[in-house]
Design a protein around this ligand. Structure first.
Ligand code: ADP
Length: 535
């Protein structure tokens, strides 16, 4: 059973209910009405969180009973049960739960504190209330002090087992959390190298889901480059070494994602051993190096990208302008016009880059002004689509908008920029089939707009990063297109500003080589919070 399945089988809460039943039965057998068991043994309460189990008492009632007990004589092994009177009006303060009025104890009440211990040590104290004189059969006096010590030993055995299991369950759920939340990929294998656990980071890294890979040979799933030669059941060098040595095996290798992309990782392989020290399985932790390297490269290539993006249009403008300015230049009207158009286009792209850079620095400084008002998204989408059809006749723009789209609260100009950016990208990264679809639908809280293309698509591993500043997917097609990796970063900042950090987002669904759908959500007019002016 894998780690994620295991954590779903029994929850610490289920066992906690069983402990309540155990404590409740003990209080009943002792003729008590209600009470609370407090763990005093640190082994069972490692965080010293004053773990307690209440029976028919509210939290306030339990605290009241415990405060009362603190001021009185404490039980010890010589006198494991201490009983004293409390006044009847304390019933209200105890807040006895789920008891009908006729069930409420009448007359004087007694408060009892019983030390629960066995030969292995003390476990805790059982505090309970009972009607005055409601002795239990275990307290019948005899020369050995009645059957109370025996009762306590049995109770201690029951509680000890339950607490041990509770500690184990908590530990298991803590480990499962670490496993699930870890940013590093973790997979475990059995001795035959078949996958037993595959954490979410591993899923993101490789594109495989846990259910698809459980039970498969790890090297067939991840296809590590160095193990290609012996991918037929033989132990691969990584685990072979981890199984023979007691230490970790660490190295850089190349893995293959589900979509065939190769990526550099740093792996640590170690063995899981039986109590006799024999290897029975292995653990592989995987750190994505390409991501780290990309980030480093990003920083160093930023300047070169920006200067390249600035230089290209400047060079074109300068080239055309100097030809046009030559005194001996004799140009036909047609040629003159096309050169001037090219100059205008390049000036536009320069303008866009500079304003994107300004945008990005404003976002970073947290000073982007928003002017939020009711907005009809349908008409905005139609306007942007029309402009695109006029500007790029080779592109097919399809609109799939419902007859009535609810009004949203948004900054018209900024949302226009987001739409424009997504449409520009959809065309830019669809070199062959230039068909773009803009669709929209609404939910009870928001309106969602999607821009889909059937272009080059984005690998799962890159999908989280493309919204980061200056991030561009590193492949030959991207390299051949212009861009500084700022568009999506700006889009995300604009959309998030509309929600003031409360829900609402922009996201991508994409399959490599098949196409991408970028979607964003905006708050419906009636659901919007106070308009955000500045973020
Ligand atoms: P730019 O397009 O200037 O590089 P963006 O922030 O707009 O910057 O996009 C970041 C990266 O995301 C792009 O470089 C590209 O690799 C990828 N990308 C964005 N949109 C698409 C799309 N529709 N199809 C495929 N890849 C895309």
């Amino acid at each position: 059973m894998s780690m994620s399945q295991l954590s779903q089988v029994q929850q610490p809460e289920d066992l906690h209910d069983q402990i309540v039943i155990l404590v409740g039965s003990a209080i009943r057998l002792l003729n008590g009405e209600a009470g609370v068991f407090v763990v005093s043994n640190e082994a069972f309460d490692p965080l010293s969180s004053a773990e307690y189990t209440a029976y028919r008492l509210s939290d306030a009632g339990s605290n009241f009973l415990l405060a009362l007990a603190r001021a009185r004589v404490q039980p010890d092994r010589a006198q494991p049960l201490v009983v004293d009177e409390i006044s009847h009006d304390m019933v209200t303060q105890l807040g006895l739960l789920d008891m009908h009025v006729e069930e409420q104890p009448a007359g004087t009440l007694q408060r009892c504190a019983m030390l629960v211990y066995d030969h292995a040590g003390e476990l805790g104290l059982l505090h309970y209330v009972r009607q005055a004189g409601a002795h239990s059969c275990f307290e019948q006096t005899s020369s050995e002090g009645g059957a109370l010590p025996l009762f306590i030993t049995h109770l201690a055995a029951g509680i000890r087992t339950a607490l041990k299991t509770l500690v184990l369950l908590k530990e298991q759920s803590r480990l499962a959390d670490i496993f699930q939340q870890s940013a590093e990929g973790i997979l475990t294998v059995d001795i035959h190298l078949r996958i037993v656990d595959f954490n979410p980071a591993m899923e993101r890294l490789t594109g495989w889901s846990e259910s698809e890979v459980l039970g498969k040979y790890y090297y067939e799933v991840l296809r590590p480059q160095e193990c290609q030669a012996n991918a037929h059941g033989e132990r691969d060098p990584l685990f072979a070494q981890a199984f023979t040595t007691h230490g970790n095996v660490q190295r850089e290798i190349v893995l293959t994602a589900r979509d065939g992309q190769r990526f550099d990782v740093f792996v640590t392989a170690s063995s899981i051993r039986s109590s006799r020290g024999e290897p029975i399985g292995g653990i592989l932790t995987v750190r994505d190096l390409s991501r780290e390297r990309e980030q480093e490269e990003q920083r160093s290539t930023f300047i070169s990208v920006i200067s390249h993006e600035l230089q290209t249009p400047i060079a074109i403008i300068k080239g055309y302008a100097s030809t046009l300015a030559r005194p001996d230049a004799v140009l036909e009207q047609e040629t003159l016009r096309s050169r001037l158009l090219a100059i205008e286009e390049e000036a536009d792209s320069l303008n866009k880059l500079v304003s994107n850079l300004l945008y990005a620095s404003r976002i970073q400084a947290g000073g982007l002004q928003m002017d939020i008002a009711p907005l009809d998204l349908s008409s905005l989408v139609q306007k942007v689509a029309l402009r695109l059809r006029v500007k790029s006749p080779g592109v097919t723009v399809k609109l799939e908008l419902p007859a009535r789209l609810p009004t949203v609260m948004a900054d018209r100009d900024r949302i226009e920029e987001v739409l424009q950016n997504l449409l520009d990208n959809a065309i830019k990264y669809s070199p062959k089939r230039r068909i773009v679809t803009v669709s929209s639908h609404s939910t009870s809280d928001e309106v969602i707009v999607s821009v889909s293309d059937i272009g080059m698509g984005i690998a799962l591993r890159d999908q989280q990063q493309i919204f980061d500043r200056f991030h561009r997917v590193d492949n030959s097609s991207t390299r051949s297109t212009q861009g500084a990796g700022l568009g999506l970063y700006i889009c995300r900042a604009i959309i998030e500003a509309h929600w003031g950090g409360m829900g609402g987002h922009i996201w991508v669904e994409s399959v490599l080589h098949q196409g991408s759908t970028f979607s964003f959500s905006l708050p419906r007019e009636e659901k919007a919070h106070v308009p955000m002016v500045v973020f």
